[in-house]
Design a protein around this ligand. Structure first.
Ligand code: AMP
Length: 398
């Protein structure tokens, strides 16, 4: 269901707008922000609302505070970074509800922006406590959610507040819904999904959902070895989930029943131990010798996967093709990133979902060559699984 966005809000001037942003940025031990991507990504929404005369009240979480306020997880550095990036003073309040916040909100003039303190300093946030949600909602006239990364969680600041305020999607949220929604509802064909990473577990529902929709399913990375095990192929010391072998068999059967190719690696870069400087060799025959483990897809696999990727009109990629954190075993992942970027340049829609594939694409310097890089790992996977994301469902329908 399409959702109303900030451009659908009739009257912004003079209105107090509570905006849930995702300022969950990485910090070093001196509280310096090491990557401000998430802050920069929220600026178009903040700017639009402020330029229209809204009184913007930003709320976010940062990390996982255990019990109440934690000085290491305050949002002061984010407020400072945002002021610098927007070239305007962004107020910062050391709480997210209560008298100090009320006073700051009362002082707001049209176009002003303030950032409230880490909302997870209150345990009521993650419990979606109605009384707490009501207090947050009481700060504003309108609610905007631009934090896709937490949209799969029904928390007070992502879902509870919409019991009291009308909610709209910010630009970032709108973009996520557009690209992920189009991909799942009416993808241009052929639709190729590339899945990798260490394990099948955690991605079972994603595989089950995609196998009904894609024209080709490519499986690489550590999870491929559970499929080899299911086929009775020797895997040496490669990572295998023994309790998921039956499931892998079911998935292989489903692909056959649907008549779609499920592509697995045909050669492997193997190592004699799990180490950045391990001895390595390429194994081209079926089966990995004893004492060796699969660490990356081999050159023939890159070529084979490449044929499918080149023909694709829609590509979804989640999970690296090998242990890409070790440069010696990063070639498969980087090569797939290049293949996806080339296909995108030729008109395919590419959607990169999830932490490690995003890191790999950035490492390869190809982030700006993809159609859409999802800002939410868990949220994008749940979207692809077909689950209802509470932080989206609660926004106004178009
Ligand atoms: P995931 O979080 O499930 O997407 O897994 C990502 C992790 O999978 C990365 O840290 C990779 O190093 C790891 N990985 C990918 N391929 C392999 C492999 N063949 N053996 C062990 N770990 C792998």
């Amino acid at each position: 269901m399409a959702k109303q966005t900030i451009e659908d809000i009739k009257e912004i001037k003079g209105k107090k707008v509570l905006v849930r942003v995702d300022f969950n940025v990485p910090l070093d031990d001196k509280q310096n922000i090491t990557d401000d991507t998430r802050i920069r990504a929220a600026i178009p929404t903040i700017k639009y609302l402020a330029d229209k005369g809204g009184r913007v009240i930003l709320v976010s979480h940062l990390g996982r505070p255990k019990a109440g306020p934690d000085d290491k997880l305050r949002l002061a550095p984010a407020a400072k970074a945002l002021s610098k990036l927007m070239g305007k003073e962004i107020g910062y309040v050391k709480d997210c509800i209560g008298p100090e916040v009320d006073a700051a909100v009362t002082k707001l003039k049209d176009g002003d922006v303030i950032l409230l303190e880490n909302v997870r300093f209150y345990k009521e946030e993650e419990k979606n406590d109605p009384a707490f949600a009501k207090k947050l909602a009481a700060l504003a006239d309108i609610y905007v959610n631009d934090a896709f990364g937490t949209a799969h969680r029904a928390h007070a600041s992502t879902e509870g507040v919409t019991k009291y305020l009308k909610g709209y999607a910010g630009y970032l949220m709108e973009k996520e819904i557009k690209f992920l929604g189009q991909m799942m509802e009416k993808p241009a064909k052929p639709f190729v999904a590339i899945l990798g990473g260490a394990k099948i577990s955690g991605k079972i529902d994603v595989i089950s959902s995609l196998i009904d929709k894609v024209d080709t399913l490519i499986i690489g990375g550590g999870m491929a070895y559970t499929f080899f095990k299911a086929r009775g192929v020797s895997v040496g010391n490669s990572i295998v989930e023994a309790d998921k072998v039956d499931l892998a068999k079911e998935i292989l059967k489903k692909a056959i029943d649907r008549g779609i190719p499920l592509m697995l690696p045909i050669d492997h870069v193997v190592a004699d131990k799990f180490d950045a400087n391990a001895n390595s060799q390429v194994v081209t025959r079926a089966g990995i010798p004893d004492g060796w483990q699969g660490m990356d897809i081999g050159p023939d696999t890159i070529t084979k996967f490449g044929h499918a990727i080149k023909k694709a009109k829609t590509i979804f990629w989640n999970g690296p093709m090998g242990v890409f954190e070790f440069p010696k075993f990063a070639n498969g992942t980087i090569s797939v990133a290049k293949l996806v970027a080339d296909a995108t340049a030729k008109g395919a829609v590419s959607v990169i979902g999830g932490g490690d594939s995003v890191a790999a694409v950035e490492q390869a310097g190809l982030a700006d060559k993809m159609t859409h890089i999802s800002t939410g790992g868990g949220a994008s996977l749940e979207f692809v699984e077909g689950k209802v994301l509470p932080g989206i469902a609660c926004l106004q329908d178009k």
